[in-house]
Design a protein around this ligand. Structure first.
Ligand SMILES: [Zn+2]
Length: 514
């Protein structure tokens, strides 16, 4: 008995010993100033270096079934490590941490969303010594004026992960994370609850459940922030467990909107093909389209929607973790992991800070008051007979342009130095105006863009020629569906789809006033 107890004590001592810093390592006390959460990297000889200890770990190895899980040690972690493509991203969830490192010279980089300038601090570690690293986080734009969102994040979430995920949003300075459930055969990236019951928020940040509903012949659609999960989440042979391409998206959108969800299409990367986008556009289901994703901003097909008289709000989202997989190779560390492209809504004057952050963002999306960006900031306003635009960035700007009804009507060029550009133009016929800005990108980074949604100075929506084109495209798609061997399940359902498709075509062919 005594021998057993003694052995137990030895074992306990060995365990404690194994968790202590290695002999001859040095201690590094890190903090940000002013104490904000941030994403950091430690570099040795210019190469990313691993740090310890971390208390939360998310290894991301996406196989498109979205089952990556967060591992936690203890209930209150200070450091989250996300490993993707063999690179470790570290998050100081409380703006501070203690690491131990082998003696040597290092640099530490810190990033916090898109409104703070990246910072690099060099330091040295001595055996048995303590190095203190202070990372000054400085805003180049007023983060507190904006609500920023990623509309498309796939992460499995139970209540257990909430505090860590929210602190991660904080470290990326991303106010709204739309966590989307989906289905590939079984449910993927499931959320424990929907609506207010599934909302987790604090300090101006919020996680809200939503869903991506998919059919490989109709396209991928978004239902954001709804009070309920709308089933089925997938239809069709490839993603669901039944061959039927039914119910089609138009029917599911009706249910989603009754549940209070914001609805629209994901992956709006080009003119939609193999997609019921134009059908749902005509039927009034497309409140939003994801125009900025995977580092690419889609402009012309977006303008075409406005030129056809449809006030579709362009939004942005990462499709995390798919984004990381697509990047592969060397990660451009300026980009946040969550919200590498984001949809910004400006806070209304006098709105309560601690209020309903998701609700305020959703309201901005509904009213089309959204800026999409992967860095530069741009704003457009109407003052009397003038449309004015201003672009800003922490790096030099290359150009600022005002687009009116699909054509560049005013522009300002950068000089390689200036970080602020302005432009203005008198509006005449009305219609829509928007502003876009391009900033300097470093090698290996995607182009840096900011783009506003449309403003309508005369208040009226006009048609600028695109409606006919869209109608003819939808007519072709409809014909394609007739010949594609779709599995409707019954003749009645087939009639239902084509009746709705024809109704959409009629609406698209109806001329608007000019
Ligand atoms: Zn998708």
């Amino acid at each position: 008995m005594r021998a057993v107890a003694g052995f137990g004590m030895l074992l306990a001592a060995a365990l404690v010993k194994s968790q202590a810093p290695p002999e001859a390592s040095g201690r590094v006390e890190v903090r940000t100033e002013p104490g904000l959460a941030a994403r950091v990297y430690v570099l040795k000889n210019g190469q990313p270096f691993r740090v310890q200890p971390v208390e939360a770990l998310l290894p991301v190895k996406s196989d498109t079934y979205y089952r990556d899980r967060l591992w936690l040690e203890g209930a209150d972690p200070e450091v989250l490590e996300v490993i993707a493509n063999d690179l470790s991203h570290y998050f100081l969830l409380k703006g501070r941490a203690n690491f131990h490192l082998p003696p040597g010279k290092y640099a530490m980089e810190a990033y916090r969303g898109y409104f703070y300038e990246p910072v690099t601090v060099e330091f040295a570690v001595k055996a048995g010594g303590t190095a203190r690293v202070m990372l000054p986080l400085q805003q180049w734009a007023r983060a507190e004026d904006w609500i920023s969102a990623d509309d498309h994040i796939h992460l499995t979430r139970t209540e257990r992960e909430n505090p860590v995920f929210l602190a991660w949003l904080d470290a990326e300075d991303l106010n709204v994370g739309n966590f989307l459930a989906l289905q590939r055969k079984s449910d993927a990236a499931p959320q424990y609850a929907f609506g207010k019951a599934g909302e987790y928020r604090g300090r101006g940040y919020v996680i809200r459940s939503g869903q991506e509903t998919r059919n490989q012949a109709f396209g991928h659609v978004l239902m954001l922030g709804g009070e309920r999960l709308v089933r089925p989440m997938s239809t069709g042979e490839e993603l669901a467990n039944t061959p039927e391409d039914y119910p089609f998206h138009s029917l599911l959108f009706d249910v989603a909107r009754k549940a209070g969800a914001l609805t629209g299409y994901a992956h709006f990367r080009e003119v939609p093909v193999k997609s019921t986008f134009y059908m749902d556009l005509a039927l009034g289901h497309v409140r939003l389209a994801e125009v900025f994703q995977f580092g690419v901003l889609t402009m012309e097909p977006w303008y075409e929607l406005w030129n056809a008289g449809f006030r579709v709000t362009g939004v942005a989202g990462s499709d995390f973790p798919v984004y990381l997989q697509r990047l592969g190779g060397k990660y451009p560390r300026r980009l946040p992991l969550l919200g590498p492209e984001r949809a910004l809504v400006k806070k209304r004057a006098g709105a309560a800070d601690a209020g309903d952050v998701f609700g305020a963002w959703a309201e901005g999306v509904r009213s089309g008051d959204v800026v999409v960006t992967n860095g530069p900031l741009v704003e457009v306003s109407v003052e009397g007979t003038e449309v004015k635009a201003v672009g800003t960035f922490f790096r030099p700007l290359e150009k600022l342009e005002i687009v009116g009804n699909g054509v560049v009507v005013a522009a300002a060029k950068g000089d390689g130095v200036t970080k602020r550009l302005t432009a203005s133009v008198k509006w005449e016929r009305g219609g829509w105006y928007a502003a876009r800005v391009k900033g300097k990108a470093e090698e290996g980074e995607p182009e840096a863009w900011g783009h506003t949604n449309a403003v309508y100075p005369s208040g009226a929506v006009f048609e600028y020629g695109a409606r006919y084109e869209i109608a003819e495209r939808w007519a072709k798609e409809l014909q394609r569906y007739r010949e594609a061997g779709m599995k409707w399940g019954s003749a009645e359902r087939e009639r239902e789809f084509f009746a709705m498709g024809e109704k959409a075509l009629e609406e698209l062919r109806r001329p608007l006033m000019r």
